[in-house]
Design a binder for this molecule. Structure first.
Ligand SMILES: NC(=O)c1ccc[n+]([C@@H]2O[C@H](COP(=O)([O-])OP(=O)(O)OC[C@H]3O[C@@H](n4cnc5c(N)ncnc54)[C@H](O)[C@@H]3O)[C@@H](O)[C@H]2O)c1
Length: 382
């Protein structure tokens, strides 16, 4: 991964709000790989959180991880099941690769533990449904790890839509990506990631716009997936190219409830810098959101709102909002809001009921791409 991408997750210092330290939360971390670093950095800043357990399938990895982060006394386990059996926890962060999201989350919920699950929610719609069933039978809190939800500019997109300035929304173009930015590690193999760019960064683009418009139900999808860069040693390092077997590009045309269409494309690599800005078209106005490499943080620049005013076609620039904190701060806020919801009996900051539709679109793209034509998106009863 490039430094530019990694640095986005470097935690910044954060002024701790007043926190009730008399009620403490016992946290565990499942999967002590790359993203667990951002989780532990954030958890360490919370005066009411004790990091007491961790698990990783790779022998010795969890032990080294907690030593590196100077968190003493953490009980380490060779898998999530033994950790859940032996520890009394309030919450876990599921930081495993996508293919084990479902089993780790379901087992944790069934053990009576609140879960913060990293994005994408999982790989298939069926797994997402099983997760939500476990959430319901456990009565525990489940939040999905979309830190851009905490970003002030991302929040502004939703505020603009909800203000009615755009009128009725009928068309959205979203997605994004980069000319070259293929990750490596466990992201590029089906046995660990399940899906490629589509799941990794596609889920962010979908969440940005679907959250803004209130997550209408997806109805149909015509999807496409390809991998012309990842497996090609001309564009990827030969060792990674040899094991690459997920998508590096995906596109889709999705119909949503409420007569809205969503035109989507996402790329880890392509022969252009961006497949376009995100645009939201409404009957009264339109919004342009400058593209970024992957929408995992904030917007790519000031947004523009287009309206007719007294017969004139005008454009307004929406000034970028000051961040309460920068990228590391978004991670902190994602974890803090989850911890606060546990303590205060609040709602999950990013509810599974919404992200189910995100997952159903991703899974619909996979299924439609496989058979080469449009399909209905079907979501099992929960
Ligand atoms: N929110 C973000 O900005 C962001 C950024 C990067 C990655 N992610 C997500 O985080 C997840 C992990 O990514 P990563 O880069 O850290 O992967 P990684 O491969 O570096 O780490 C995953 C770890 O999980 C462990 N693991 C898998 N199954 C396990 C199990 N059942 N019990 C215990 N350990 C298990 C693996 O051994 C591995 O060490 C992915 O789903 C990814 O999409 C989120």
């Amino acid at each position: 991964m490039s430094d530019a991408v990694l640095n986005q997750f470097t935690p910044q210092s954060h002024e701790e709000d007043t926190v009730d330290v008399t009620r403490r939360l016992r946290f565990g971390i499942i999967g002590t790989g790359w993203i667990a670093e951002s989780h532990i950095e954030s958890l360490k800043k919370m005066p009411d959180v004790d990091i007491v357990a961790g698990a990783d399938l790779i022998p010795g990895k969890a032990e080294k991880f907690f030593k590196r982060y100077e968190v003493p006394g953490v009980h380490c386990y060779p898998d999530h099941k033994s950790m859940l059996e032996n520890e009394k926890l309030d919450a876990v962060c599921v930081c495993t690769y996508n293919m084990t999201h479902a089993e780790c989350t379901i087992d944790a919920l069934d053990a009576g533990v609140n879960v913060l699950l990293e994005k994408p929610m999982t790989v298939t719609t069926e797994e997402a449904v099983e997760i939500i069933r476990a959430e319901r039978r456990s009565g525990k809190l489940l939040s999905i790890g979309f830190q851009p939800r905490m970003d002030e500019n991302m929040k502004m997109i939703k505020k603009i839509v909800e203000s009615g300035e755009l009128g009725k929304i009928y068309y959205i173009q979203t997605g994004g990506g980069r000319r070259r930015g293929i990750p490596n590690s466990t992201f590029i193999e089906e046995k660990t990631a399940g899906i490629g760019a589509l799941g990794d960064i596609g889920c962010y683009a979908l969440d940005m716009v679907l959250n803004a418009i209130g997550y209408p139900k997806p109805l149909t999808v015509s999807g496409y997936r390809s991998a012309y860069f990842g497996p090609n040693p001309k564009y990827n390092n030969p060792a990674d190219a040899a094991r690459f077997n997920v998508d590096d590009f995906a596109a889709a045309f999705i119909r949503l409830e409420g007569d809205i269409v969503l035109d989507f494309r996402i790329a880890w690599a392509m022969h252009i810098d961006t497949p376009g800005d995100t645009i939201i078209l409404g009957t009264e106005g339109a919004l342009r959101i400058p593209s970024t490499e992957c929408w995992n943080g904030t917007v790519g620049g000031p947004m523009k709102l287009y309206r007719d005013v007294a017969g004139n076609q005008v454009e307004f620039e929406i000034p970028l909002s000051e961040q309460k904190d920068s990228f590391g701060g978004l991670f902190y806020l994602k974890l803090r809001s989850f911890a606060d919801a546990i303590k205060n009996g609040g709602q999950p900051p990013v509810p599974s009921s919404q992200i189910l539709y995100n997952q159903a679109i991703i899974d619909g793209i996979v299924k439609s791409a496989k058979i080469g034509h449009e399909i209905e998106i079907s979501i099992p009863e929960i």
